[in-house]
Design a protein around this ligand. Sequence first.
Ligand code: 5MM
Length: 341
Amino acid sequence: MNERLEDIAAAMVMAGKGILAADESSGTIKKRFDSINVESTEDSRRDYREMLFRSTEAMSNCISGVILFDETLRQKAADGTPLVDIIRASGAVPGIKVDGGAKPLAAHPGETVTEGLDGLRERLSEYHGLGARFAKWRGVIAISGDLPTGGGVRANAHALARYAALCQEAGIVPIVEPEIVMDGTPGDHSVDRCYEVTEWVLRTVFAELFDARVNLEGTVLKPNMVIDGKNARKASVEEIAEKTVRCLKATVPASIPGIAFLSGGQSDEEATAHLSAMNAGYDLPWQLTFSYGRALQAACLKAWSGKSENAAAGQRAFTHRARMNGLAATGNWNSDMEKTA
Ligand code: 5MM
C-alpha cells in the first residue's frame, strides 16, 4: 500500500467506490441490534461485521474504505483471520473512528462539542501500527431555535482541525465530519436554513484547517447534504442536489480530493438518488461519493437478523446497496435499477 497521504486519500475517493461507515460505538450498535432483537455481544458484533467484510463482490467493486470502531480493528474473524486483513484483501483501506463522542458544551445549552483530543497522538500511533490508514472524527451541530451559536460552531471546527493535524503527523488521512443533523429535535428546519448553517460551518471548518496547517490534498470531507429536517421533508431530489452542490462549491477548496457524504437518516434510496443527481448534473472539482452508515447497512441488518443461516441474504442486501451507491458515485443510478438489480 502506498503510504503518501495524498495517495491514500485518492484511493478512498476513487471513482465509482465509496466508504462503508461501520464504526458504530457500543451504544449505537446496541440500538441497531435492539431494532432486530439481537443481543449486542462481542461475538454478535464480530459476526455481523465479518459478514459485511466478507461480501466479496461489494467490497471489491464498490467499497474503497471501511471505518471501524476500536473493538473491530482488534477483532479476529471466526477462523482467526484479523478483520483488518479481510478488509485489506478486498482492496479497501481500513480506517478508525477516533473521536470520543459529542458531549454537552459548557455554557451552551443544547449544543455539544466532540471530545477525544487528549492522548490522541499516542492512540493514532497505535492505530497506524494496527493497520489503520485513515481516521474519522464527527462534530455534531444541531439546528433548533437560535442554535447553533458561534461558540458551538467554532468549538467543533477547532477540535476537527486539531484532530486532522494530529492524524497527518501520524501518516493517517483525516476524514473531517461536521454533521448538521437532519433528524434532531424539532427537525422542522427548512432546506434553506440547512444551507445557511452548512455554509457557515464549512467556512469555519476550512478556516480552522488552514490555521492548523492541515494538508487539504491529504484530507477527505464528510459533510451532510443540504436537506430539510426530518419533520419538514418537502424538497425534491433536484433541489437538494442543486443546493448541496452550490453550498459545497462556495465553501470547499478544490484541493480537497473528495467529499464523501453521510446519510444522516435519509432513506436508503433517497441517499442514493441525491448522490447520483449531483454526480450526473454538475461539473465538480472533487470526487463526490458516499460514506454511509445507516443507508448502506439498514437492509442488510434486517435481512441478517442475527441468524447465521441468513448471512447470505444479509450479504445480498448489502451488495445491492453498495452497487446502487457505487453507480450513484458516477451519476449512473436510476430508480429502475432498484427493481432489476
Ligand atoms: C456508523 O455511525 C457512525 C458512528 O456513530 P456513533 O459514534 O454515534 O456511534 C457515524 O459517525 C457515521 O459514520 C456517520 O454519521 C454517517 O452515518 P450515517 O448513518 O449518517 O450515514
